[in-house]
Design a protein around this ligand. Structure first.
Ligand code: KG4
Ligand code: ZN
Length: 355
């Protein structure tokens, strides 16, 4: 029997609602509304208090529109799924309280979803064959990690950033180069016009990957960011050098992401690698990863609106958790940080045990 789920996402600066339908093992996207907040642009970063107020203003029309576009009434829904965290606590609170209200009003089951698990489900709408086992590179503004996913709900941490997230590094370097916040996509466009051989920046922790070291899948981007800062300062003509600097930065960061993902595929022997999170919108990253993994693993990447924060992925993860019999109730509380449910650390060596 087909079941419809409403998803709600308000963890950062996107207010989003979606209706999805699950029939058998497949999920179909019925509607997706995403409203990105512009108020933060002048501040060069997300201002938590402004984010909460903006969510509060638009959450009702955003959900109403998602329901209307899907031709769905509250009564038609099987459940409401909402991002419970990690994220900005005030922003999460708006989505969670709204979802609780709907759940009470419509006597609907409620399920709180971990934002990172949501990102992992993003490709299910476009690729019906997308399912574990796979290696996931989760790269966004707030997180960067490599996971081995033997089954939904089982997440084996292979590596993560020890400082900045990849998207955060993109955004900060974009600001140095005079691009408006958040500058990841604009930096990619600028880099496309830059020369490859002008600047060669460090590839942090890449040599490290060749050794049978326990942390060989970890990332670090703060040193690369500082290298950019010095290069910008040393440039006699930043206007003339901007595109080459952007190219040099993107080449360094992408090479590290690609090589570590290839290492994760090699260590686990998984037949598929998925790139999820906002930085998965970067075409240079996905193109080079496909080249690097040709003949080794299939690379799965969702379309941009499903990579950046959205409620469809939250609804998909929630529908899967509900099918396992999980439920929350009006005691559901948002959380600013908590590890992925089912996350375990995997000791790395020459190879690792898989299942
Ligand atoms: O997943 P997301 O929407 O939000 C978080 O959960 O953090 O990711 C947003 C991040 C931002 O840092 C943004 O600059 C980056 O994704 N991003 C990109 C591109 N498009 C978005 N980074 C590099 N290249 C892109 N094309
Ligand atoms: Zn996200």
């Amino acid at each position: 029997m087909a079941e419809r789920f409403l998803g709600i996402e308000t963890s950062c600066d996107e207010t989003s609602a979606a209706v999805i339908e699950r029939h058998g093992g497949a999920v179909e996207l019925k509607s997706l509304v995403i409203l990105s907040q512009d108020v933060h642009r002048v501040f060069g970063g997300v201002v938590p208090e402004l984010a909460s107020r903006q969510h509060l203003k638009v959450i009702d029309p955003v959900v109403t529109q998602a329901l209307a576009e899907a031709g769905t009434e509250l009564d038609d829904l099987a459940a409401v799924a909402v991002t419970a965290g990690p994220g900005l606590i005030g922003a999460l609170l708006v989505g969670v309280m709204y979802a609780k209200g709907l759940s009470q009003a419509g006597a609907l089951p409620l399920i709180g979803v971990h934002h990172h698990e949501g990102h992992l489900f993003a490709p299910v709408f476009e690729d019906p064959l997308f399912a574990p086992p796979f290696v996931a590179l989760l790269v966004s503004g707030g997180h960067t990690m490599l996971l081995d996913v033997p089954a939904w709900g089982e997440y084996r941490l292979l590596g993560q950033t020890i400082d900045d997230a990849a998207g955060e590094a993109f955004d900060k370097v974009a600001t140095m180069l005079g691009l408006p916040y958040p500058g990841g996509a604009a930096l990619e466009r600028l880099a496309a016009t830059g020369r490859a051989d002008r600047y060669r920046f460090p590839r942090p922790l890449l040599k490290h990957a060749q050794q049978p070291h326990q942390h060989r899948c970890n990332f670090s981007f703060s040193g690369l960011k500082t290298a950019l800062l010095y290069a910008c300062r040393d440039s006699g003509d930043l206007d003339a050098d901007r595109a080459d600097l952007a190219r040099g930065f993107q080449d360094a960061l992408v090479e590290v992401l690609v090589e570590k993902t290839a290492l994760a595929v090699q260590l686990t022997g998984r037949p598929r690698a998925a790139v999820v999170g906002g930085v998965a919108c970067n075409r240079t990253l996905t193109h080079r990863l496909r080249e690097r993994l040709a003949g080794l693993a299939t690379v799965t990447v969702a379309t941009p609106r499903l990579n950046t924060d959205n409620a469809a992925m939250i609804a998909a993860a929630g529908a899967w958790r509900m099918a396992r019999g999980e439920r929350h109730d009006s005691r559901l509380e948002p959380f600013d940080w908590r590890p992925l449910p089912g996350l375990v650390a995997v000791p790395l060596g020459e190879t690792i045990a898989t299942r």
